[in-house]
Design a protein around this ligand. Structure first.
Ligand code: PRP
Ligand code: URA
Length: 215
């Protein structure tokens, strides 16, 4: 897939990130390690996604002298995991910005139609003023991402970003057709979806692997 036609899609390519995604893909990686690595990946991807945060010069004193140096200015942030799997990325993001608010959107994919269904939504009241980072490890058909953004827009969200770990070309295309202006951060771009709309080679069901509910 040629991503150069999508200026707001950022495929991250740090070797540490690739290494950790390979650990997630391995079917022998157990729940404990899987959860831990998802959190580490969220820190790495979050670090990149937060690159444009504004800074302001503040006066401090080093042991040597007074100086004006940059600190993050009072930008209001909100992290929104898509339940369940997005929950695995929250701790990594709040490690980077402990003061961020956290909203929750609950969606599950119907096993037959693969359409997302909403079952939960709790968001900060001042969403419109916040820079929002939506978290979900998997972008498969793109249906869940598109529904989550649509819900957030209905609640007044204006400035959004979407962070996923693995994306399928089908999901990227659907997302870009709908929301080309909303930056999309991807850890790995995989080959395709299978007939059950799972990402190939992927990592299986992210929620099941994070929470240990694999059959
Ligand atoms: C997974 C994943 C995404 C969605 C992606 O969640 O975490 O939310 O599928 O698929 P899509 O791009 O085709 O919509 P799932 O619905 O399996 O729920 P879970 O996190 O509770 O397991
Ligand atoms: N959701 C997942 O958790 N994994 C996939 O491969 C597709 C959707």
């Amino acid at each position: 897939m040629d991503l150069s036609i999508y200026p707001n899609v950022k495929l991250l390519d740090h070797p540490l990130l690739k290494h950790k995604i390979t650990i997630l893909r391995d079917k022998n990686t157990g729940t404990n390690e899987f959860r831990h690595v998802v959190k580490e990946i969220a820190v790495m991807e979050g670090y990149e996604a937060l690159r444009d945060l504004p800074t302001e010069m503040v006066e401090i004193e080093t042991p040597i002298e007074k100086t004006k140096q940059p600190m993050i200015s009072g930008k209001k942030l909100c992290f929104v995991p898509i339940l369940r799997a997005g929950l695995g990325m929250v701790d990594g993001m709040t490690e980077l910005v402990p003061s961020a608010k956290v909203g929750h959107i609950g969606l599950y994919r119907d096993e037959v139609t693969h359409e997302p269904h909403e079952y939960y939504c709790k968001l900060p009241y001042d969403l419109a003023e916040r820079e929002i980072y939506i978290l979900d490890p998997m972008l498969a058909t793109g249906g869940s991402a598109i529904d989550a953004i649509t819900m957030l827009k209905k609640h007044g969200a204006k400035h959004m970003h979407f962070i996923c770990i693995i994306a399928a070309p089908e999901g990227v295309k659907a997302y870009e057709e709908k929301f080309p202006e909303i930056p999309l951060y991807i850890g790995a771009l995989d080959r395709e979806l299978n007939k059950n709309a799972y990402i190939c080679p992927g990592l299986g069901d992210a929620g099941d692997r994070i929470f240990g509910t694999v059959k």
